[in-house]
Design a protein around this ligand. Sequence first.
Ligand code: XIL
Length: 452
Amino acid sequence: MRPSRSSRARLAALLTGAAALLLTLGATPAQAADPPLRDLAAAKGKVMGTAVTGSKLTGTYGDIAGREFNALTPGNAMKWGSVEPTRGTFNWAEADQIVAFAEAHGQQVRGHTLVWHSQNPSWLTNGSWTPAQLGQLMNDHIATEVGRYKGRLATWDVVNEPFNEDGTYRQTLWYNGLGADYIAQALTAARAADPSAKLYINDYNVEGVNAKSTALYNLVKSLKERGVPIDGVGLQAHLILGQVPSTLQQNIQRFADLGVDVAITELDIRMQLPSDSAKLTQQAADYKAVMNACLAVSRCVGVTVWGFTDSDSWIPSTFPGQGAATPYDENYAPKPAYRAIAESLGGGTTTPPPMDECTATYSVTSQWNTGFTGQVRIACSGAALSSWKVGWTYGAGQQLTQAWNASCTQSGAAVTCSNASYNATVPDGGSVTFGFNGSWNGSNPVPTVTLG
Ligand code: XIL
């Protein structure tokens, strides 16, 4: 028989009520009791930042970005190709949006990046310029972009990735046109455009002591000696699982000893996909090692992750087959790496919520004048059961009359059901459902079900 409109409506209401009563085995919302990373970092006088995509700064992504981090870096929005795709035509929308979001959330902004060989507009890279023209273009670009945000940005990555792996200068548009002194010129122009911003040179594979980081070290030393404005060195730290350089802290310290700040600017730790719990545990240890190296050096101002969620990471598209590089998974669940960061910052002392859980959901699937049919679904995600038992207490005199796919007993108001021999196992990602009939009188409220 087709249910009447009103009984269908009532059934919908019952199912909604059942969903609200979904119970989680062993989960406690202890995460909520932990202070956000930004508060832990601030208590230590450190930056805990993330790269962001402006268009995503709403909903859960925006909530986490605002709650957990005290600094933002636009992942792409401030690059030359983003802000001036056509010569003389500027698009500041995403950059402005990120700066406004940061100001509304009391966050610093790290400007990224002014002078780089990559993500430049084609009019710039395809043009043929005399050295004088190129120098003018660079200076004007810096004056325009740094000037736009004057007084509002904490930091600029003025020059990005100037070195080859062997420590020689990368042959770029800038180096080829202006020589190595383009770096000093860019820094000088940035200082003139915003005297309050900290000016950095930023590069990758310069985290440990090696030929490339030594070249960067020698450059910073000579810039300091010449009086060129240089405030800091950015170590990008796009790392590989299990390969945090053992000389990271020593390297940070040697830059600090030159009289500049150091920042970890683009931390992510990639792994071969799929991830598993052993890899995520290793990744947590790696994140903690990076945090601890920075925390151990007073001039290391802090750490920025290059995207906080695996759903907003450049890794999968740049390194095929690799990913899971950030502290939150694609569904915004904090990974062990999140907790490792919290612990390194002195938090994470409350019990973490289990990442893995099984849940039991009670619902009434049909109901008539004196009777009803119900079901309980037991579902697991990231966990599994080899046997199960659920219980509930009826609040309005309901009486179980029959059950299938489980053995159920009722004593007074208390019902207990355990698995049949053939459905004891609930695999990770799977579910088991059993059903029952009962009688009711007056009302038939959905009870609270416990699994365990
Ligand atoms: C990456 C962005 O995350 C990607 O979205 C983009 O497609 C390529 O650039 N070093 C840097 C960053 O300094 O600007 C790069 O960002 C990652 C490597």
